[in-house]
Design a protein around this ligand. Sequence first.
Ligand SMILES: Cc1ncc(C[n+]2csc(CCOP(=O)(O)OP(=O)(O)O)c2C)c(N)n1
Ligand SMILES: [Mg+2]
Length: 404
Amino acid sequence: MLFRAAVRQSAPLRRQALTPLARRSVTTDAASSHAENVPQEDDKPFTVRLSDESFETYEIDPPPYTLEITKKELKQMYYDMVSMRRMEMAADRLYKEKKIRGFCHLSTGQEAVATGIEHAITRDDKVITAYRCHGFAMMRGGTVRSIIGELLGRREGIAYGKGGSMHMFAPNFYGGNGIVGAQVPVGAGLAFAQQYNEEPTTSIVLYGDGASNQGQVFEAFNMAKLWSLPVLFGCENNKYGMGTSAARSSALTEYYKRGQYIPGIKVNGMDVLATKAAVKYGKDWAVAGNGPLVYEYVTYRYGGHSMSDPGTTYRSREEIQRMRSTNDPIAGLKQKILDWNVCSEDELKSLDKAARAHVDEEVAIAEKMPVPENTSRILFEDIYVRGSEPKWMRGRTVDETFYY
Ligand SMILES: Cc1ncc(C[n+]2csc(CCOP(=O)(O)OP(=O)(O)O)c2C)c(N)n1
Ligand SMILES: [Mg+2]
């Protein structure tokens, strides 16, 4: 312990002495890794060398810069991200057509985070995030029709039409949470349960750069470290919390160092492969009993904060355009797939087409789902797990009391 403390204190000095002329930092450029000897077979693993700028770390060795992957998985990752973006585009349209009401936060631009995480874990691991959750719900196994159905308030929606955009759940996906930062201690609780039940799994807990300043985030950090919980906290740093830039809201914008006594990893969250590698490494670390980590996924949202924000008053159009044209996670993976001859451009195009057709089909099905009847029975249903309802529940007024 003494040795560690001494190293920690001397680190800034040492760093200063060795600071190279151009300090290396995590890039958001999605297309900067390499692969050689890519096999013919779809399911034969090969090694990818990640960009040197994929990670920065705090008090922990970086994840390996090589990753074993198959052609099949690369194509699946591409398909997942294209589907996610297409689904968000459909939500955007339906919102503008006033078919979706209320809050709606899209994650266009941030697809590599949800996709990279899911490809690094198993369905037994747990995920919890904030309201920008449609992509995570999909990656956790939610169908496009159930997600769009939810947005449309239909009973066949993923939360029976009662949750809407911000409150989607799936097996081992704990939402979809609207109170900024509130999911972080809940996520620590999930990890506590995993540890208590001796499960060899981890909890992935996501929050924004804005949320990172919430007091409860630090309370959760404290307990997670104290009890060595298998939790990977992760700040999706998309540079803004509503209309406030990270630098204007956060005294320390190096979110991966925010855990202080918890090691941290900053990862290029525009690169689905770097994200997968970082999370896989962290999962192994957490499951081995080493305690929590704090991630920072460096990413960017193309749209406004929510559907009611055009997203152009607090940042320049040039900035958005630059991110779209040089850092896009889908274009980045596409370039790699083509550079490495994983498949031909034609095959990639048909993958694109298949993903879009699937989403369009599912959206059409969701739009045809019947609108719920306007009855108290439907309104009060599913507030409790079916079969565990109390005898009665009060509505807005006493005379609205509903008897189960
Ligand atoms: C406790 C609380 N305070 C304020 C809000 C209003 N609010 C909703 S989102 C948001 C910004 C959060 O930004 P960030 O954490 O960076 O997430 P992002 O939207 O960028 O994904 C705020 C202030 C809220 N929902 N809950
Ligand atoms: Mg943010």
